[in-house]
Ligand binder design. Structure first.
Ligand code: HPA
Length: 248
């Protein structure tokens, strides 16, 4: 089924629904890549139809390395989505990206391994070499930045996202290396999602929610990262998310 669907949102850790969606229809599509992480809720927000999918499933049962990123994106595309806003919970590495900051990164580095990272996986599929110099769609990033401005939400307008394998968190040495590499943020789900979106011809941008200082990166280098802290910071920071989505 293809309908008018101006925006799809993929929610990350701590973001399992968009409470503001009204008149919700639920879809459970199965794609040629298999089933997505969970049901897709399509509802109305600020007068537009918006689709929402919880990347880890609504009960957070799918770890980052097991997410069927291809099925998630293909399912949203089959419902008519052309623009995808990815919400990613991340750790902050550089100073501007402390807990509870919202950011719209413009670059990424991929440290993941062993994930299906292309739609050219199956024998006989066309070989694509998608341009990925700017991994996030510049026009959609501009719209996100503008949406934050008009809705009065503070947003860091750039940054480099480092995608790690997880599900464990990083060592201090890994974060120190990522800092040397130029990463500002670290998360486990930014790739292969962004690359697949490009291969599928979807516009794609990331709205990153900083949940914690990455290992050794904050003022207390020995701080232990707990899931409770992560979820509390995501809950506190994510009040700006529906405002940005509505303005988009
Ligand atoms: N590392 C990787 N992924 C994350 C982190 C982190 O510190 N916090 C939230 N997602």
């Amino acid at each position: 089924m293809t309908t008018e669907l101006p925006l799809a949102v993929i929610g990350g850790t701590g973001l399992y629904a968009l409470a503001e969606l009204q008149d919700i229809e639920t879809h459970q599509p199965v794609t040629k890549y298999g089933a997505p992480s969970g049901p897709i809720r399509v509802g109305t927000l600020a007068g537009q139809r918006v689709a929402f999918l919880a990347r880890h499933g609504e009960g957070h049962s799918v770890p980052p390395h097991k997410v069927n990123y291809r099925a998630n994106l293909a399912a949203l595309q089959a419902l008519g989505a052309t623009r995808v806003l990815a919400l990613n919970t991340v750790g902050g590495i550089s100073e501007r990206f402390g807990p509870r900051v919202l950011a719209c990164p413009d670059q990424l580095i991929d440290y993941t391994w062993g994930r299906i990272s292309t739609i050219c996986e199956e024998a006989g599929s066309e070989v694509l070499h998608a341009d990925f110099g700017d991994p996030y769609t510049p026009a959609l990033r501009r719209s996100v930045i503008e949406a934050a401005k008009v809705s009065g939400v503070t947003l860091v307008e750039d940054g480099c996202y480092g995608a790690t394998q997880g599900p464990r968190l990083e060592t201090k040495a890994e974060i120190a290396r990522m800092r040397r590499d130029g990463c500002d943020l670290v998360g486990m789900t930014g790739m292969p999602e962004a690359g697949l979106a490009r291969e599928l011809g979807l516009e794609y941008a990331c709205l990153a929610i900083v949940a914690n200082w990455a290992a050794g990166a904050g003022p207390d280098p020995d701080e232990v990262i707990t899931l409770d802290d992560v979820l509390a910071n995501v809950a506190a920071a994510s009040s700006g998310v529906p405002k940005i989505v509505s303005a988009l």
